[in-house]
Design a protein around this ligand. Structure first.
Ligand code: 4NP
Length: 160
């Protein structure tokens, strides 16, 4: 059965579509395309229908990730449609756990930063929207580290 992972941030135009694009590339490179289904969504729906932020697309493209997701709001039904829901920061995490209809759904919510090993000074994946180029680069650094470790963990768990 496919493992379904949903990445969630605030606007779904910077961090979560980048996480989705990075994880999809890692999955494809490992030949695990058929074992996963990925998505991303935002807790604020104001950017619905938009491509990822231009700055994020430019920074991601330099690392070989093409981000083509269209922003969409998170919906409670996503708890039924996904096995793991990955929050980018504490605000996302608390909002998601408060929206969970059941305790089992609440347990699906994890923090991206808990999978990041190489950046102990970070306690969340920070919102880059009002930041400069460096803000986007650090988000990509954190997401690459976190996605690599999450995929390794899931692969070991299911012995793919
Ligand atoms: P994201 O970044 O949550 O990483 O997609 C943001 C994008 C837009 C806004 C906030 C954060 N906004 O307030 O419009």
């Amino acid at each position: 059965m496919k493992k379904r992972i949903l990445f969630v941030c605030l606007g779904n135009i910077c961090r979560s579509p980048a996480a989705e694009g990075i994880m999809q590339k890692f999955i494809d490179e490992k030949g695990l395309t058929d074992s996963f289904e990925l998505g991303s969504a935002g807790l604020y729906g104001g950017h619905a229908g938009e491509l990822p932020d231009h700055r994020m697309r430019v920074h991601a493209a330099k690392r070989g990730y093409e981000l083509i997701h269209r922003s969409r709001p998170f919906k409670t039904i996503d708890f039924d449609n996904y096995d793991i829901i990955v929050a980018m920061d504490d605000s996302n995490y608390h909002r998601l756990t408060s929206l969970a209809p059941t305790l089992e759904d609440q347990k699906k919510v994890v923090r991206m930063i808990d999978y990041v090993k190489g950046f102990p000074q970070y306690h969340s994946v920070p919102d880059p929207y009002y930041e400069g180029a460096e803000g986007f680069e650090i988000v990509l650094d954190l997401l690459e580290d976190g996605c690599r470790n999450m995929l390794e963990h899931l692969s070991e768990e299911s012995q793919m």
